[in-house]
Write a protein that binds this ligand. Structure first.
Ligand code: GLU
Length: 379
C-alpha cells in the first residue's frame, strides 16, 4: 500500500490525537478520521510496531450527544457528565473502525493519582504491557468523570508524555490541527516559518509558541512543548504534525520529515525510569528560581540544588511535592521533588551551608539540599 521503510521504524509508538482533529465542526466524532487512523495502525502492526492511542474528545462528543453548548462547561459536574457520555461514544467509534481492520482496542482511563502512586503506576504499566503482548491497541484517556484539579493531568499532551515514559515508547506522535512549531504564531504572522527539527530548548523557542488553539482543544502549543521537554529528558523523540495530512502517522513512525520533530540524542542517558517517575509524575505546585551558577551546576555537573543557588520561590508547596526549576527570567530548566516546604525555602534562599549552620533558627537546614540530584530531572 505505501512505500514506508521498515529500517527507520519506531517499534513502540504513542499516538495522541487532539479533540479538534477527532471531531467535526458540530462536535460529532469524525468517524472517517478514526477509520483512516485504524488503517494506518494496521499497517504499523503489520510492520511489527506496537501502537498506543491517547485519545481526546470525550468531553466534546459528550456535549454534542447531550445537546449542550459546545464550549467547555465551567461547571465541573457538567463537564464530567459530558465525559461519561462521550467516552462511550468515542470507544464505540474506535472499536468499530479498528475491528474493521482486524484490530482489538482496550480502554484505559487514568488520572494523575494513578501515576503518582508507585504501586498503581507499576500496575498500569503491567496492564498496558500485557495488552500490547496480546496485540491489543490500548486506547487511553484521562478519567475525566472522576478527575478533580488535584489529580488531573488537565491535557492529553501531558498524559501522552506520561504514558510514553511509562511504557518506554520509541516515539510520540501528536496529531494536531497545526503542522508543527513555527518561528512565530502562523495565525498572526504570515512570515512564520515551520521549525522542522528541534534538538534543545531556548527561551526564544518557547516564546515563539502561541497559546491554546481552537475552542475544542485544551492544550495548545504550550502543553505540547512541555510534553516535548519531558520526553527529551526521557530520551523519547516526539513529532507534532497536522493530523489530517495523508499517512501522517506512518510517515512520522518511519522517520520521514513531517511537522516538527523533537529529537532526544543529547539527553538519552540522563535519567533512568525510576528517576523520571519521581521527578515527573506529580502535579507541579510551585517554582524555584535559581541563579546562573546553579543552572550550570545542574546542567553540567548533575549536582543537587542547594539553597545558595535559589533566588526566589513561587507557589505553595509542602516538602515532598513537585516544583519547576526556572532561571531568574522564568525559563524552565528542570523539575523535581522539593525537600523543603515553600515557607522553609523562603527563609533559606541564597544562604550557604555555613551561613545556615551559623544561624540558630536555620541550623537544621544546613545540610539539606533543596532538591536532591536523584529527585530531579534537567530538561
Ligand atoms: N480528556 C479530554 C477529553 O477527552 C481532552 C483533554 C485534551 O484534549 O487535552 O475530552
Amino acid at each position: 500500500m505505501s512505500d514506508h521503510k521498515r529500517s527507520d521504524l519506531a517499534h513502540r509508538i504513542v499516538i495522541k490525537i487532539g479533540s479538534s482533529t477527532l471531531t467535526n465542526e458540530d462536535g460529532t466524532i469524525a468517524k472517517s478520521y478514526i477509520a483512516d487512523l485504524a488503517a494506518q495502525v494496521r499497517e504499523l502492526h503489520a510492520m511489527g510496531s506496537e501502537v498506543l492511542i491517547v485519545t481526546s474528545a470525550a468531553i466534546t462528543a459528550g456535549l454534542q450527544a447531550l445537546g449542550l453548548p459546545p464550549q467547555r462547561p465551567d461547571r465541573i459536574p457538567t463537564l464530567q457528565a459530558a465525559a461519561a457520555v462521550g467516552q462511550i461514544e468515542l470507544a464505540r467509534a474506535y472499536a468499530r473502525s479498528f475491528e474493521a481492520q482486524g484490530l482489538i482496542v482496550g480502554q484505559i482511563l487514568l488520572t494523575r493519582f494513578d501515576t503518582v502512586n508507585r504501586e498503581s503506576y507499576l500496575h498500569a504499566r503491567d496492564t498496558v504491557e500485557r495488552l500490547l503482548e496480546l496485540g491489543v491497541v490500548p486506547l487511553i484517556n484521562e478519567n475525566d468523570t472522576v478527575a478533580v484539579d488535584e489529580i488531573r493531568f488537565g491535557d492529553n499532551d501531558t498524559l501522552a508524555a506520561q504514558v510514553a515514559i511509562l511504557v518506554k515508547a520509541e516515539l510520540v506522535v501528536l496529531l494536531s490541527d497545526i503542522e508543527g512549531l513555527y518561528t512565530a504564531d502562523p495565525r498572526l504572522d504570515e512570515d512564520a516559518q515551520l521549525l522542522e527539527s528541534i534538538a534543545g530548548f531556548t527561551e526564544e523557542l518557547v516564546n515563539a509558541a502561541g497559546d491554546a488553539g481552537t475552542a475544542r482543544g485544551s492544550g495548545g502549543m504550550v502543553t505540547k512543548l512541555e510534553a516535548a521537554r519531558m520526553l527529551m529528558a526521557a530520551g523519547i523523540p516526539m513529532v507534532i504534525c497536522e493530523g489530517h495530512r495523508p499517512h501522517a502517522v506512518l510517515d512520522a513512525a518511519c522517520g520521514k520529515q513531517v511537522g516538527t520533530r523533537f529529537s532526544s540524542e543529547k539527553h538519552s542517558k540522563q535519567a533512568g525510569a525510576k528517576k523520571l517517575w519521581i521527578a515527573l509524575s506529580g502535579t507541579v505546585k510551585g517554582s524555584v528560581f535559581i541563579d546562573e551558577g546553579a543552572v550550570l551546576a545542574l546542567r553540567e555537573r548533575g549536582s543537587s540544588l542547594l539553597p545558595v543557588g535559589v533566588v526566589r520561590v513561587e507557589g505553595d508547596f509542602a516538602a515532598g511535592q513537585a516544583v519547576d526549576i526556572r532561571t531568574t527570567s522564568g525559563f524552565l530548566v528542570g523539575r523535581g521533588l522539593s525537600n523543603y516546604s515553600r515557607d522553609e525555602l523562603a527563609l533559606a534562599v541564597g544562604h550557604t551551608s555555613e551561613q545556615l549552620a551559623g544561624n540558630k533558627l536555620l541550623i537544621h537546614l544546613a545540610n539539606k539540599e533543596v532538591i536532591h540530584r536523584d529527585r530531579l530531572v534537567v530538561f
